[in-house]
Every structure is written in C-alpha cells, then in structure tokens.
Design a protein around this ligand. Structure first.
Ligand SMILES: *Cc1c(COP(=O)(O)O)cnc(C)c1O
Length: 380
C-alpha cells in the first residue's frame, strides 16, 4: 500500500539519535534548547517551547492565555480534533467558523459575520485558532485585523505548515498571532516520533509556557515565593503538566530540520506533477491564499461528491492508501453532544463531501506517483 504520507529518516538522523543514547542526558539535556533555537532561527520568531505533541502544545497555549470555563474558543472544523479539544481541556466552550471552499481554511468573511453577531449577544471568543489547512497559511493579516477590532487572541494551528510562508516570512514568525503550534508526528513536515512546538514573540507567554510544560515548577531561587529556600528546593507555583520533549527526540528534530527546505521543494514537484497529469479530469486542486506559499503537507483534491467514495474504494483496492482530511469535527459524537446533532456549516459540509488526499511525501518515488496517476486516470 502506498500511504498518503510518511516520514523520511536517513543515516544522519539515526546518528543524531544514537549520539544522545550514548550521552548522559536522554531528557532535559542540551538538545531540547538547541532544537528550540534552531526553530526560532528558522521561523524568525523570538521564543520556542518544544512539547511532547502538538496536542500538548495547543493545550499549553490555551492555558498560557488563561482560557477557562466560561470562555469561548473558535476554530475551523476542517481540522484534526486537537485544534478544538485543547479548549475543552480548559473547560471552555468551542464553536466552529465556516471555511472557504477554495482553500479549506477558515473564511475571513464568515469570521467577520460571526463576530458581528457574537458582539450583539455578548458571546465574543477569547481565542480564535486558525488552522493552516494542508500547509497553506490562512489570511493572517485580516485575522489579526479582526483580533484587534474585537479583542481576541490568535493561536495558529500550524501543524501542517512548517516550511510554509506568508507575506515572505516563514509560518511561525507570529507576525500576526500570539503563538503558533507545530506538530512533529511522523506524517507531518518533519518528525520527532511524537512531538510539537510553540513559537511566540511574547516573553510573558514564553515564561508561562515553560513553567506549565514541566509541572508548573520553577528551580530559580530568585523567583521563589518562599524566602531563604534550602539548596535542594524547587517550587510549584501553577498546576502544570509533564509535556516535555526528550533530548532523544530533539536531536532527531534538529537533524530533520536540516532537510526541511529540500523536502518542501520535493513536495512541490510531486504536487505540481499531479496537477499537470490530472488536469483534464473532473478534479479540482485547492487555491493558495494570496501572498502564501504552502508547505504542501497533504495533496487534497476535490472530486464530484457522487464519485468520492467510489474513487476512495478503487484506489484502496489498487494499493493506494488515499485518505480524507477531515470529517468535520462537529460531526464527532462528542461534539454533537455539546453542540446538538443539527449543528452544520454549509461550506464545510460541501467541501468535506468532495475531498480526497492523494499520496504526497518527499520519498514518494516517481514510479509510485506514476502508479497513483495511472490508477486515478483509469477510474475516470
Ligand atoms: C496532527 C495535527 C494535530 C495534532 O498533532 P499531534 O502532534 O499528533 O498532537 C493538531 N492539529 C492539526 C491540524 C494536525 O494536523
């Protein structure tokens, strides 16, 4: 089966992880801060906090903004569950903004309308989490404009988008957001096995994220509440978690990051080959946001809704592991219980019925891609 996505691991990656195994620190050593510096330098952001997953990172981002029961958080439903669950972990209410059918990203005009309505009923969100679907940045300048007007925080779910750019800057620069979150799950742009990371330019958020990642504990006597502590003491000042990344994983991340730009280029070549070779079929490709360059995490095509299931079955029967990203989050039983079974967003529904993800990853061979193209053509 040709998967829709998979990691690339080379000898240098294995070497990097092996060196940590032979060293004194498997965790809380020098590799995590080194990885964080490498990502801040790549994304041109001030601070980075590596975490055990993007899910943990999103949870920490919500906690750092003091999201709690009584607060409202909005995100897009065309995403992985974690973009919404993070707010639920904090007891907040989740609501979903409809998408643009051309990109699958949160629609700025739907956001604007929803904000105007929410202002009238006193239901404005504390936080909006735009998701850069497939690695194509949302229109962040417009979203930031609305954030300033209505007074909400912005956390980018950039799990797909490491290596993508917006207005000439890397996604994660946080030019128009409070924080951005990346995932290093094996299907994502680079991998640490499991892993995630938050970038921010805000020193207060950075300090809070660091504490919450590790039990809410500080080891700096200067910031202790208690005067004259014993030399062995540390202090828990908040209810934190163990959401740390290990040095083993960080070493892999540092090595993987060095491949990223070449991989984005390979993904682009594969993606444009699909576009060229399937151009005459009843298939649509997604648009890119103005001034954005996608990292092309996944190759999403749109086919007539009446054909989508048949095409999915045909490709699977022929050894091609296509997938659908995503069932709208509000269709999950957990969210139906919260929002009511009738909750529905028209653009999200229409988009969902047409989408299919074709295999796209740097190590996809020309022969395998040729097989995918041939099989899709045979179907039509
Ligand atoms: C993968 C993904 C996540 C969760 O990432 P993990 O590292 O697996 O926790 C969150 N949001 C989106 C959009 C994702 O694709």
């Amino acid at each position: 089966m040709i998967p829709y996505g998979r990691q690339t691991i080379d000898e240098a990656d294995i070497q990097a992880a092996t060196e940590v195994l032979k060293s004194t620190h498997l965790t809380q050593g020098p590799k995590v801060p080194e990885f964080e510096r490498a990502v801040t330098s790549f994304t041109d952001s001030e601070y980075a906090v590596a975490c055990s997953s993007a899910t943990a990172a999103l949870h920490l981002a919500c906690l750092a903004l003091n999201v709690q029961a009584g607060d409202i958080v909005w995100t897009s439903a065309m995403t992985f569950l974690a973009s919404a669950n993070c707010a639920r972990y904090c007891g907040a209410t989740v609501d979903f903004v409809d998408i643009e059918e051309t990109t699958g990203n949160l629609s700025v005009s739907c956001l604007q309308e929803k904000l105007a309505a929410a202002e009238k009923t006193g239901q404005l969100p504390k936080l909006v989490i735009p998701v850069h679907y497939t690695g194509n940045s949302c229109d962040m300048e417009q979203i930031k404009h609305l954030a300033d007007k209505y007074g909400f925080f912005v956390v980018e779910d950039a799990s797909h988008a490491l290596g993508g750019a917006y207005q000439g800057k890397q996604v994660g620069s946080c030019q128009y957001s409070d924080m951005a979150v990346f995932s290093f799950h094996p299907v994502k742009m680079i991998t640490t096995g499991e892993g995630g990371l938050i970038t921010t330019n805000n020193p207060d958020l950075f300090a809070k994220l660091g504490l919450l990642r590790s039990h809410g504990v500080t080891k700096q006597p200067a910031s202790f509440v208690k005067p004259n502590p014993e030399p062995w003491e540390y202090e828990q000042q908040h209810l934190g978690y163990n959401y740390r990344l290990t040095d083993l994983q960080a070493a892999l991340g540092i090595s993987q990051l060095q491949h990223l730009q070449a991989w984005v280029k390979q993904r682009r070549d594969i993606y444009y080959a699909y576009k060229a070779e399937l151009a005459d079929l009843p298939i649509e490709f997604l648009d890119q946001t103005k001034e954005a360059e996608s990292s092309l995490h996944i190759a999403v095509i749109k086919v007539p809704a009446s054909k989508r299931r048949e095409l999915y079955d045909y490709l699977h029967a022929n050894g091609i592991g296509c997938q659908v990203h995503y069932v709208p989050v509000y269709q999950q039983p957990y969210y139906q219980k919260l929002l009511g079974a009738g909750f529905s967003l028209p653009h999200t529904e229409k988009f969902y019925e047409q989408i299919l993800t074709l295999p796209l990853f740097p190590a996809l061979s020309k022969a395998d891609q040729g097989q995918v193209i041939k099989t899709v053509r045979e179907f039509f």
